[in-house]
Design a protein. Structure first.
Lengths: 310, 297
């Protein structure tokens, strides 16, 4: 036992050469929010495929599709009516002999325009409303929330139908009609984020540095709410496309000779017995659009907020 | 609620007055007769008088008379047609709930198997494929090709099968998705481990603990489903020529039947508001925590 006994003297110890700054270093490279989300999104096979298909559809609708065919979507030629899909008319022709390939892409373009426009409106109105309501709080918040509750009680398609009849149906009218009725959900989400974020330390820090309310909202609170906003947009776009197609389907949306996916499907539904390809082509594109937006939305939601993942 | 209704009725009233054209667009009518008709329906009076009159009538439960259908009371016509819509809708919801729950439960229990993937694919398709694509396809497959069910009109139960089926697909997929994610969450809870540790059989755990707890939050899909049913009715009744309220509404918009437009809108709104209210109440009943935090405010 004697041998094991030793006095611990300071000279037995040697100071480790430590760089003070090392303490600040985090193991592994720091990854930003966007990059982190992107990495997670890439792991989601469904979302990545959807993104690719969407890009393809966008390209076909806006650039490539019309270029691949020399026919105009409006040129009628009764000598070639109802010719089925063939080498010269890839999706066939309709009852007036118009080329379905270009018409379908024309319709897709209209649908995408409406989806994006409605989403922009939704974002603009919804985010502003929600931010003001959530940030100011108190009585202002109460009044604004009551307003939203009233708007929520209105079935939006009913209002959209009435709006379509009163005003001239067109891309802008449809987008506005869908925009004014659809922004409440976005406003709620943004308000919730505001309520949650404005009490946090970084908001307090910014405020104590003298930031004004509007600066605080614009520079700190909104950027921190971008995730949920984008996810919600991803679900707004297909909803708007669906609503437009529905309006066109009952004959209140895009008017002839212009095409939208809804009006094409509506025309095709009438011809299903003898010319089913008139229904299939626009329907398949339409379903693809809906599926991809939905899957991408799901993927983004999981990527932005992994805790929500189920 | 009353305020909401008031706003909705007012907005619809003024929008419907903005509608182009008139309910009496028949060319055979001479200007004198048209003027008499306007007078008979009170359409010659200033707008605010019409508005006040209408509001007073609505407050007494009188939705006015249809302009198009020979002066029949709107309320009576709606009530005649409502059961048809309700029948198709309820049938669709029941079918959708049952199938959706089975799909959801199966896919959660067989998580990460091919069954699960198949159920998820069905659910995504169901949310994405709109009724107005599905409707014609169902008509074609079951009506024209197989000849199992009639494709349009509404005379007996057989006529309601295809419309209900078209409506139920969305219900199936919403419910399936929801039940699946809830089930997966509940399956990971401690009390499930406890129940198993107590020695309960697998089936008893699933039926008594997992399914029961997973079903509770299902009320949250009530409001979206109601919205869907309303819009769905508009489409499905149009496609299958079902004489319900949805078809009535679309038709009245086209023929400028002001009273009918207003009446159906009010009807839809009341229906929707009641669904929202039920949902709010059921939250409190099911989850007492919400009630407590609500009382503090």
């Amino acid at each position: 036992m004697e041998t094991n006994r030793r006095d611990l003297t300071p000279d037995l110890f040697r100071a480790l050469d430590v760089d003070r700054r090392e303490g600040e270093r985090i193991a592994g490279p720091s990854v930003g929010f966007w990059k982190d989300s992107w990495v997670r999104l890439k792991k989601n096979r469904g979302a990545v495929i959807s993104l690719a298909v969407l890009i393809l559809l966008f390209a076909l609708a806006f650039v490539v599709g019309p270029l691949l065919s020399q026919y105009s979507p409006y040129a009628q030629d009764l000598s070639r009516r109802y010719s089925g899909p063939s080498a010269s008319f890839w999706f066939g022709t309709d009852e007036f002999g118009r080329d379905m390939w270009t018409r379908v892409w024309e319709g897709t373009r209209v649908s995408l325009y409406i989806g994006l426009l409605a989403a922009c409106l939704d974002m603009f109105v919804g985010v502003t409303f929600g931010a003001v309501s959530g940030f100011l709080g108190g009585r202002v918040d109460d009044v604004m929330q009551r307003g939203i509750e009233i708007l929520n009680g209105i079935p939006y398609l009913v209002v959209a139908i009435l709006a379509m009849v009163v005003f001239n149906p067109g891309i802008i009218t449809i987008s506005i009609a869908l925009g004014i009725t659809g922004w409440t959900f976005m406003a709620r989400i943004v308000r919730g984020r505001m309520l949650q974020l404005k009490e946090q330390e970084f908001a307090l820090a910014s405020r104590s540095l003298g930031a004004s309310g509007s600066r605080l909202v614009r520079k700190h609170l909104l950027p921190n709410s971008l995730g949920p906003i984008i996810v919600n947009l991803m679900f707004t776009i297909p909803a708007a496309i669906f609503a437009e197609a529905f309006l066109s389907f009952i004959g209140l949306g895009i008017q002839v000779p212009d095409a939208s996916l809804g009006s094409l499907i509506s025309d095709g539904a009438g011809e299903i017995r003898f010319h089913p390809y008139l229904l299939w082509c626009p329907s398949v594109i339409f379903c693809l659009l809906m599926i991809c937006f939905n899957l991408l939305g799901d993927g983004l939601r999981d990527a932005f907020d992994p805790r929500m993942r189920k | 609620m009353v305020i909401t209704l008031f706003v909705i009725i007012s907005v619809t009233f003024f929008i419907s007055k903005l509608l182009p054209g008139t309910p009496f667009a028949d060319d055979k009518l001479t200007p004198q007769i048209r003027a008499q008709l306007y007078e008979a329906y009170g359409l010659d009076q200033p707008l605010y008088v019409q508005y006040a009159k209408y509001m007073l009538n609505v407050a007494q439960g009188d939705l006015g008379n249809s302009f198009y259908y020979e002066n029949r009371p709107v309320l009576q016509m709606i009530l005649e047609r409502a059961p048809v819509s309700a029948f198709v809708g309820i049938q669709a919801v029941i079918f959708g709930l049952v199938v959706g729950m089975v799909l959801g439960i199966v896919s959660a229990l067989l998580h990460n198997t091919y069954w699960d993937t198949a159920a998820v694919v069905i659910a995504v398709l169901g949310v994405s494929v709109p009724t107005f694509v599905l409707g014609p396809v169902l008509q074609y497959v079951f009506g024209v090709k197989l000849g199992w069910f009639p494709i349009a009109f509404f005379e007996s139960w057989r006529y309601s099968v295809l419309p209900s089926l078209a409506l139920s697909v969305f219900v199936i997929s919403t419910v399936a998705r929801f039940v699946r994610s809830e089930m997966l969450e509940v399956l990971g809870q401690d009390y499930i481990t406890l129940a198993k540790a107590k020695g309960l059989s697998g089936l008893a755990v699933i039926v008594k603990h997992v399914v029961r707890n997973a079903m509770i939050p299902l009320v949250t899909v009530l409001a979206p489903l109601t919205i869907y049913l309303i819009t769905g009715t508009l489409v499905v009744e149009q496609i299958f020529a079902v004489p319900g309220i949805g078809e009535q509404f679309v038709q009245s918009v086209f023929v400028n039947d002001y009273a009918m437009i207003l009446g159906t809108t009010v009807f839809f709104s009341v229906f929707f508001i009641i669904a929202l209210l039920l949902q709010d109440i059921s939250y409190g009943v099911i989850d007492p925590r919400i009630r407590v935090s609500g009382a503090k405010e």
